[in-house]
Design a protein around this ligand. Structure first.
Ligand code: GLN
Length: 257
């Protein structure tokens, strides 16, 4: 009898510890700590401070969601095209990276939270450029840059495949794309409007946006396919911080200050 009880208890411990595997989350005391992957050249969503800490609206939002739902977060710096593979490999638990959730290919690979920000792609050129006034003014002698793995990169690749531009310059880091634009190495950059605006603010009178938006997208947080438990926590926390005003305060902090 005693043996059966012990065997049962051992089996339960085994099942519980197996259940805890699968993600990379660790526990600190009783608090779950989730690893949040991002690519921090995407201000004001994902950037770094003077001490190279990863900061931004995405970081504040997921931290506030965690506070609401009783989990902590730890940030990991990855290249944008490495974020989904890292989720799939279980090396991170959450992607918070201004990631468009409306992309069908991504939806097959990961699960997305409810949308938290509406965005769009725009063509950016140097401030003194008078030739390019919209995407239609890009020509087969031009190089156009975008951040690797992004919706902007897909657009640039599409233009190259159609022969409308000479070369798709796909780079790791949006800061590098913007530097190449300012240096005249590329004729244009295709990137998310609020983020190009942040670069314009940082370096006034260097960059401008032209033409109509090239798409409409919605940012969502991503988790590994099937991780419903975490997805529910993120959605519940997101609804709560929208409800109590924290969400708007954080958007205001990163966009207006
Ligand atoms: N919103 C774009 C995408 O989802 C770019 C994101 C980024 O560069 N961090 O691909």
């Amino acid at each position: 009898m005693k043996k059966t009880v012990i065997a049962l208890l051992l089996a339960m411990v085994l099942v519980l510890s197996l259940g805890a595997c699968g993600g990379e989350e660790s526990t600190e005391g009783d608090t779950v700590v989730y690893k949040v992957g991002t690519e921090p050249t995407f201000p004001p969503f994902d950037t770094t401070d003077e001490d190279q800490n990863i900061v931004g609206l995405d970081m504040d939002l997921i931290t506030a969601i965690g506070e609401d739902q009783g989990f902590e977060v730890q940030f990991e710096n990855l290249s944008f095209d490495g974020l989904i593979p890292a989720l799939q490999a279980g090396n991170i638990d959450i992607v918070a990276a201004g990631m468009n959730k409306d992309d069908p290919e991504r939806q097959e690979q990961v699960d997305f939270s409810d949308a938290y920000y509406e965005s769009k792609l725009m063509v950016a050129v140097t401030e003194d450029n008078t030739d390019i006034q919209s995407v239609d003014d890009l020509t087969p002698d031009m190089k156009v840059a975008a951040q690797t793995g992004t919706t902007g990169a897909s657009k640039v690749q599409e233009l190259a495949d159609q022969g409308k531009i000479g070369e798709a310059v796909i780079l790791d880091g949006l800061d590098t794309c913007m530097m190449q634009l300012i240096n005249g190495d590329v004729a244009a950059v295709i990137n998310d409007k609020p983020v190009t605006e942040a670069y314009m603010k940082k370096q006034p009178d260097k960059i401008k946006m032209v033409g109509d938006p090239l798409n409409a997208e919605n940012y969502g947080f991503a988790v590994a396919k099937g991780n419903e438990e975490l997805l529910e926590k993120i959605n519940a926390g997101l609804a709560n911080i929208k409800e109590d005003g924290t969400f708007d305060e954080l958007v205001d902090k990163w966009f207006n200050q």
